[in-house]
Write a protein that binds this ligand. Structure first.
Ligand code: SF4
Ligand code: F3S
Length: 103
């Protein structure tokens, strides 16, 4: 599962499409955690898609991650600012790749 303390345990290595990237990032195998309020561990996400289907405010969009061992696309929390903290995505992700911090 995603580490809920990633902000402490990982280093912010940059931004991509306005979304924070928490390392390590070593493509194609290591893609890091993306987002802060809504965070997705790209190395755990296997492109199930439930988060994209169920989020009521369409926070997520697909991002391609060619040759990543789990899946070749990931749910990027591109519109995390729109999140209403309903926690649906956290509940539906089959591999617990998502952390939402309502703080
Ligand atoms: Fe969308 Fe709810 Fe998840 Fe926020 S907590 S990203 S609103 S599904
Ligand atoms: Fe990935 Fe989980 Fe969404 S596997 S696509 S973060 S439901």
């Amino acid at each position: 599962a995603i580490d809920p303390n990633f902000e402490t345990n990982r280093e912010r290595v940059g931004d991509e499409d306005g979304v924070a990237v928490w390392g390590p990032v070593e493509p194609p195998e290591k893609q890091g955690i993306r987002g802060t309020h809504v965070a997705v561990d790209f190395d755990i996400c296997l492109a199930d898609g439930a988060c994209l289907e169920d989020c009521p405010v369409d926070v997520f969009e697909w991002t391609d991650t060619p040759d990543h061992p789990e899946s070749e696309r990931k749910a990027n929390p591109a519109d995390e600012d729109q999140c209403i903290d309903c926690m649906l995505c956290v509940d539906v992700c089959p591999v617990d790749a998502i952390d939402v911090d309502p703080g």
